[in-house]
Design a protein around this ligand. Structure first.
Ligand code: NDP
Length: 497
């Protein structure tokens, strides 16, 4: 049913994007999305869908699959490149929406939209590149080669923290390799995902190739992962939901890919440039209020420099601008929701209760402009034990635990002593120390004199241990998840057996 203004949906609500059209949720429900910097502001409304809507979207995606998979790669590439150009032309507007919907400081929101543009252009290029390999056959006059084929309908389930980049770094490779997509974005940030659908539609993506269904993951997730026409699921979010999805997907024998939490450490050795290390650790821990899976949440520091380093960090954190996200000078904005703020504050209470020594922050800023948003003060706890809860569990907020270590060996051992293994940094000038760390650290993304957060989009992204299901996203690595290999042997007719 097409959405009409003034009927069951308001002017702000587009509905779901299914089969190339905007359609109301089967039960005609919508939910308001509020600005976490100022909860009086309704940014828009999104459909509150049910499993019926998931079924419609998956069917549309299945119907679109045969024609899309047969389209030559360069033709698919043209659509993705055009979508990239269109997104670039709307960068400012989409960044504003992202920032208001989700509380990301506007500068970082622009960078995220630019990343979306780059992802679309990068994966457009993949449509022109070779996929598959030629293998020498032991048989005479025989061709032995592999082809990379799409899987079919791919379910994409995404969190709120990168509401544009994560949907695109999953959907763009899925699409270029010939799959069709049903995206279920997070309830906290559906509107940015709908802007992505608009861009694809305008770029001429055929109806049904990319679909978006908004609404509660708890009700829609199982319907999506269990749908018989869904052939793979790629997910980013919490470990609890990820492992649930893995169970469902494994029971059906379909492919799944999970990117989950982190407890990322920055190790600072005695010979490090302490100003550089302090700048980068503060950025990794506090930008976007620490709501990145790759955020720096532990600084493990050589005992001989820990007092100086901590002083530098605390001084910088005191000067950070906590502002509504659309303020140009916001270093960090609010956190995304009341529930997320409660969780962060409960960890801060654990820290204050004896796990560390509170050096800065530790509460909620009061007065204008803070009282109408979900703000949390950037917080640093020095003198934290490696096994303390705030040093072990993911907080997903602007909280840094500083942990002493005797030497580089002990620092690496402490860094590895968590269940996660997403990303880590080392600050040093010592080449041998860096080489040893690169070898011994148990994470998927290793940095030297650089921030734990972020990886360039042309390189593989993913973690060790409980941080991921071990497949990799982004770059050329994405081909492994979004395609299957067909091995072809072709012998001449009439040859001897
Ligand atoms: P969730 O796991 O709660 O949600 C992620 C997505 O899954 C959302 O779209 C959500 O929908 C959906 N979902 C919820 N329940 C189900 C279900 N039963 N079946 C299928 N899908 C479901 O995480 P958050 O979005 O709250 O993100 C915060 C967490 O995600 C952090 O703790 C962090 O660890 C992790 N994260 C990891 C990243 C990484 O790259 N490794 C990146 C970003 C976050 P709905 O919103 O409607 O509940």
């Amino acid at each position: 049913m097409p959405v009409k203004e003034g009927t069951h949906l308001t002017m702000n609500a587009k509905g779901n994007f299914i089969g190339g059209a905007w359609v109301a949720a089967a039960q005609n429900e919508v939910r308001a999305v509020r600005n976490p910097s100022n909860t009086d502001e309704v940014v828009g409304e999104a459909a509150w869908s049910s499993p019926e809507d998931i079924d419609a979207a998956v069917r549309a995606a299945q119907e679109a699959f045969p024609a899309w998979r047969r389209l030559p790669g360069p033709a698919r590439a043209r659509v993705l490149a055009k979508a990239g150009d269109l997104l670039a032309s709307r960068l400012g507007e989409v960044a504003q929406l992202l920032s208001r919907e989700q509380g990301k400081p506007i500068g970082e929101a622009r960078a995220e939209v630019q990343r979306g543009v780059d992802l679309l252009h990068y994966y457009a290029g993949e449509g022109w590149r070779s996929a598959g390999e030629v293998i020498p056959s032991v048989a005479p006059d025989t061709f032995l080669f592999t082809m990379r084929e799409p899987l079919g309908v791919v379910a994409v389930i995404t969190p709120w923290n990168f509401p544009l980049a994560i949907p695109l770094w999953k959907a763009a490779p899925a699409l270029i390799y010939g799959n069709t997509v049903v995206l279920k974005p997070a309830t906290a940030s559906p509107l940015t995902a709908l802007a992505v659908a608009e861009v694809f539609a305008e770029a001429g993506l055929p109806p049904g190739v990319f679909n978006v269904v908004t609404g509660p993951g708890s009700a829609l997730g199982d319907a999506l992962v269990k749908h018989p026409q869904v052939k793979a699921v790629t997910f980013t979010g919490s470990n609890a939901v990820g492992t649930h999805i893995a169970g469902l997907a494994a029971a059906r024998g379909i492919k799944y890919q999970l990117e989950m939490g982190g407890k990322n450490a920055a190790i600072v050795l005695a010979d490090a440039d302490l100003d550089q290390a302090a700048d980068i650790v503060v950025s990794g821990a506090m930008r976007f209020a620490g709501q990145k899976c790759t955020a720096t949440s532990r600084a493990i520091v050589a005992e001989s420099v820990i007092a100086t380093f901590t002083e530098k960090v605390v001084e910088r954190v005191r000067g950070l601008a906590v502002r509504p996200a659309t303020d140009e000078d916001a270093y960090l904005g609010p956190v995304v929701s009341a529930a997320q703020r409660e969780q962060i504050l409960s960890y801060i209470d654990v820290g204050k209760g004896g796990e560390g020594r509170l050096a800065v922050g530790g509460g909620v800023p009061r007065g204008e402009p803070y009282d109408r948003g979900y703000f949390v003060e950037p917080t640093v706890f020095p003198d934290v034990r490696p096994d303390a809860r705030i040093a072990q569990e993911e907080i997903f907020g602007p909280v840094l635990a500083v942990i002493p270590a005797k030497d580089a060996g002990e620092a690496i051992e402490i860094a590895n002593r968590v269940e996660y293994g997403l990303s880590a940094s080392l600050f040093t000038r010592d080449l041998n120390a860096a080489m040893n760390y690169i070898r011994e650290i148990e994470v998927g993304m290793v940095r030297v004199n650089a921030e734990t957060a972020g990886v360039e989009l042309q390189a593989p992204f993913g973690g060790y241990k409980a941080s991921s299901s071990h497949s990799r996203e982004q770059g050329r690595a994405a081909i492994e998840f979004f395609t299957q290999i067909k091995t072809v042997t072709m012998a001449p007719a009439g040859g001897k057996h």
